[in-house]
Ligand binder design. Structure first.
Ligand SMILES: [Zn+2]
Ligand SMILES: [Zn+2]
Length: 143
C-alpha cells in the first residue's frame, strides 16, 4: 500500500461515504463488550488512521460512551441504515478507527492485533498467530 493510495468506503445505504489515504497505523480486532453490541457480532475490526488521512461525506449520527479507563469513545454511524463508520477515543486524540467491513475493497488490509480477548465468545474463533491482549494494551501510535 502506498502513502498516496486511496481506499473508499460507505455505509449500507450509501448516504455516508468516506475515504482513507495510505496504510493504516494498525488493524485490530476488538472483542470488548461495546464493540460486540455495536456490531452485533463477536468483534469489531478497525483500521486506525490519523484524522488528516480520513475524509467523511454525509450526515452521521454520534453516540458517546465512557470506556473502562475513563476515556470518551465516540461511535459514528449512519443514522439511516445504522452502519458503524468509525470511532474516536479521547485517549487517542487525532486518530480515527474505521470499521474495516465498510471499505469497498479491504483486500490489502491485514489484522495484526486482537484486543479485549477476555471478552471473546467461544463461537468467535480467531487466528491464534495474531498478537493477542486480554484488554487494551498501553500502546500509542508513534509520531
Ligand atoms: Zn447508511
Ligand atoms: Zn472494542
Amino acid at each position: 500500500m502506498t502513502a498516496e493510495q486511496i481506499h473508499q468506503g460507505r455505509c449500507l445505504c450509501g448516504s455516508v461515504t468516506y475515504q482513507v489515504q495510505g496504510a493504516p497505523i494498525v488493524v485490530a480486532h476488538c472483542h470488548c463488550e461495546d464493540c460486540q453490541r455495536l456490531t452485533g457480532a463477536g468483534h469489531s475490526t478497525g483500521a486506525m488512521y490519523a484524522e488528516e488521512n480520513f475524509r467523511l461525506d454525509g450526515v452521521v449520527g454520534k453516540y458517546d460512551l465512557k470506556s473502562e479507563n475513563g476515556n470518551i469513545v465516540t461511535r459514528v454511524f449512519c443514522p439511516a441504515c445504522g452502519s458503524p463508520i468509525h470511532g474516536q477515543n479521547t485517549g487517542m486524540p487525532g486518530f480515527v478507527t474505521v470499521s474495516l467491513g465498510t471499505l469497498d475493497n479491504s483486500s490489502d488490509f491485514k489484522p495484526e492485533v486482537v484486543v479485549f480477548a477476555r471478552n471473546r465468545k467461544h463461537w468467535d474463533v480467531m487466528d491464534e498467530a495474531l498478537m493477542t491482549f486480554e484488554a487494551q494494551p498501553h500502546w500509542k501510535p508513534e509520531e
